[in-house]
Ligand binder design. Sequence first.
Ligand code: SAM
Length: 311
Amino acid sequence: MTGSAASSRIRRVSREKLGSGIVRLFFKQALAELRLNVSRRVDFRHSRNGEAVRAYCAMSAEEFEGINARQKWANWRTIPRNLHGRLPLRPCRAVDLCCGLGHSTQVLAYYLPAGSTVLGLEYNPEFVRVARRREYLASDRAPVAVSFRAQSVLDTFRDVSGRPLAEGSLDLVNCCGALGLHFVRSDVERLAAEIFRVLRWGGLATLDSGRKGVDRGAMTEVFERRGFRVVSAAKSCFLDRFTQVCFRKEDVMSPKNHPHGGPIRSEDSPLDEGSAESFRAVQPAAFRDQPRASIEAGVTDPDVDDTIGGE
Ligand SMILES: C[S@@+](CC[C@H](N)C(=O)[O-])C[C@H]1O[C@@H](n2cnc3c(N)ncnc32)[C@H](O)[C@@H]1O
């Protein structure tokens, strides 16, 4: 599949999943936010995280559905654009930070390879209860193993039984609609340390950035200092004020990154996997036809990868 074919497939899936036009979604969001501000005096647009989570905890799940309409639309575009051609060729373990009612988690479930698992972490326990009741389907409509835990993502990431996630145990950490609005730089420094701890070498972090919270420049600085490298960035559309940046936890022992060609290869980089056939067996339908060469290079067509020059 060419880059532009993948790009139009992403747009088609997004239309199928959301069913209504973008203008209607934006209108729905504006009205829901106005109602929340005026009649309930709840304003969630805080960059101080404590105030933001207080506002989210004061909302009902229906109110959140209203104010998250734009985000829900954006997720079906930004997440696949960043993941396209960069996933390992086997089931993945992913965490969705600040997952809300599970809208972003549903996108991950759809685009991750067959057999993957996703853990959603969310502060508001009521949102977690609602998220647990949703359906999480892969692109072939097979149910995906998804679990949720109510906790702050500024604490150690834990599994549903409360055990800290093991070091190097994840392939992907995703976050949508949170860091670019509700977190300051010092929060993101804490998060970067925890994301570095739980990701395996070569693992990906796809994280939203925006001017009201942590912008793209500050986030890149924090993550690069930790040993991550930016591999792509995506917006839902050119008017989007938020950019989701995709970082890779660099494997310093991989020959690619080692100045003299180190002896150890990243255990599950796409380059180390079996044949193109094994790739086809595990990749979701949306990515199945991507040319092997572009997968190996970790490169996607600029049309799909919508890489942005700046905030
Ligand atoms: C705009 S919503 C995005 C939800 C979801 N990621 C999506 O894309 O639909 C932001 C979410 O971040 C959650 N959140 C904010 N700060 C948090 C924290 N420190 N720990 C966990 N969740 C947090 C809020 O409760 C809210 O559900």
